[in-house]
Ligand binder design. Sequence first.
Ligand SMILES: [Mg+2]
Length: 364
Amino acid sequence: MARIVEVATSRLSRLLHTPFVTALRRTDHVVSVAVRVTDADGGTGFGEGPQVWRVTGESLESIEACVLGPLAESLLGWDPTTEPLPQISSRLGQAVVGNGGARAATETAVLDLLARAAGVPLARYVGGTELSVGTDVTLPAQGGFAGTVDASAFSQVKVKVGLDPADVDRVVRIAREAPSVPVRIDANQAWDLDGAASAIERLLAAEVPLEFVEQPLPAWDLEGHAELRRRYEVPIVLDESVFSIHDLRRAIAASSGDVVNIKLAKCGGIGAGLEIAAEAVDAGLDVMVGSMMESELGVSAAAALASAIRPNHVHDLDAAWWSIATDDQGTPYRNGQIVLDDSPGASHAAGRVVPDDAVWTTRS
Ligand SMILES: [Mg+2]
């Protein structure tokens, strides 16, 4: 292993087999930024940064500028084998504030490089015990259940709600289609306190087995989330409210949530994700791992984190499934699990996602 000599970006573009709709946006194709780091021995590692204007505020252009600017400057000439994971994270965290997706993509690329050199899968390199973790499938807001999404590869659903007044009826219908499966709902900040209370009461009155309600209120409304916890026994998941460990501490102090949904593009990488998970669990909160609309490359890194912090849990890692052809024999999605390859690093995912003729913009 030797020092890093080049950092590069390229755009990944994928069509979705079904449009993805949340309270925040509608998407039928996804473009993200692939990051590649190269060391002096010619070793490479890859990561992915998603454009998420309305959650992280990052764009394709901002990710590229951040990766090829301050993050590349912090990496070039440096030998990552000399520092453990927390120091790799803090090196990137000191180079730039915010920009979690750019930092996560770059950190993942460095960790992939190190895991490949060590000959172990990324999940094992970061402390994971399993090469497969459970995942739900997220049913888009609006539109029906049956007929629009063949979700038979999954046993757990998470339903996006918030846009449509008929959402609650739709959740009730979905719950009745699979009465033995607890239902997760995610409002992506769309409700206010009264709207959330009314929806939860209607769902409870209809005896929907709610596993949790995710981010019912705006990210800033820690007190509102705490009020919902006081009123109802349904667990509250914080997603958009918790990016960093400092957000987590504020949420804990305000008693705002029961579970934290950790995403690499929010927290800035696996190193920060491990730190947030450890502190959340210490405070008695539960943790799950989710992702943005990313390909197998980004989702494999998130699954590696999930394997390291809570291997036997149903996470929220179906994002890549939306851009995989349903007849793809190599799909990592099998029986409600995302199955990671045992090849070194995340090379299997990179090999499937990054085209051989990708055009790279380099900084060396
Ligand atoms: Mg969410």
